[in-house]
Design a binder for this molecule. Structure first.
Ligand code: SF4
Length: 293
């Protein structure tokens, strides 16, 4: 049985896991980048990142001082009851995690500049809902850093430019972003839908492990092409030069209006933080990305 207290405690654990322990696929990709990086400066930066990850675990401290904007993705089984309690449960988990983990308070009123002090406010934490068949509730938290968010780009290309135009849009965005998103980054790319849909889809792809490539071989090929092109820019780790500018690329799409070709690219920094758990109908919890620590 799903209760508000249970959801609150799982959301709190997910926030704590996400900000302290990077997912295994990201750590492995950073380790691989370190062993393959040929630039001395790039290698030094990757070593500092890897040391930082170890120290965060050792001292149980967030892996980056910017603990980001708190975003939840909820996959709710249609048979789950008490869904009306989820929003208040994740809001209260966010407040508690801000105090106890702790998280940096990152929720500011755009009019007054006043920080709420607890990472909550109008539309924060962000909640993305999906109703699926079944009686379980899957909850994922992403804590999204400001530096990488600042360089996200959404735009419209001329429909006639097609996929060539998408590649240009993305690589231009990577070059323009330079050091700002704390590379190596992960790129979430989406096209189609509308301006809002492509942005949402692009960000959601960042929940996928780096080892997951698009099941459509043509799209997987495009992911690889953009990955290689982005790494040829030479921006390198923390923008100081090297061959590791991105760790991975994910692509999604929606059908589009014939006259519109929306494209979105969402950056995630190396501190790519996400954690997922499933709450079962009997109240048991499976932590899917992290062992409960
Ligand atoms: S962009 Fe990422 S790594 Fe850089 S300061 Fe923000 S959260 Fe930290």
């Amino acid at each position: 049985m799903l209760t508000e207290q249970l959801v609150e405690s799982v959301a709190f654990n997910l926030l704590k896991q996400a900000v302290i322990y990077l997912p295994d696929d990201v750590r492995q990709a950073l380790g691989k980048a370190y062993s393959e990086e040929t630039s001395e400066t790039g290698k030094t930066q990757l070593k500092a990142i890897l040391d930082n990850i170890e120290l965060a675990e050792k001292y149980q401290a967030p892996v980056c001082q910017d603990t980001g904007t708190i975003i939840f993705y909820i996959k709710a089984g249609a048979k789950v009851t008490n869904l009306d309690k989820i929003e208040s449960a994740v809001t209260s988990a966010t407040k508690r995690a801000t105090k106890e983990v702790p998280l940096r308070p990152n929720a500011v009123d755009p009019f007054t500049g006043k920080n709420s002090g607890d990472n909550t406010g109008r539309y924060l934490p962000v909640l993305n809902w999906e109703i699926v068949p079944g009686d379980t509730l899957e909850m994922t938290v992403m804590t999204k850093g400001g530096g990488s968010e600042n360089v996200c780009q959404g735009g419209m290309i001329v429909p006639g430019e097609g996929i060539k135009g998408v590649k240009k849009f993305v690589i231009d965005a990577v070059i323009k972003a330079g050091a700002q998103p704390c590379p190596p980054t992960i790129l979430g790319i989406a096209m189609g839908g509308g301006a809002d849909v492509s942005m949402k889809l692009a960000k959601k792809t960042l929940l996928k492990p780096l080892t997951d490539h698009n099941p459509d071989p043509e799209i997987a090929k495009l992911e690889k092409e953009i990955f290689e092109a982005a790494n040829m820019t030479g921006i390198g780790p923390m923008g100081l030069g090297g061959k590791t500018t991105v760790l991975g690329v994910h692509i999604d799409y929606a059908f589009r209006h014939p006259a519109s070709f929306p494209v979105a690219v969402v950056f995630n920094c190396w501190a790519s933080r996400r954690a997922t758990a499933r709450i079962n109908a009997d109240g048991s919890v499976d932590y899917l990305t992290h062992k409960l620590k």
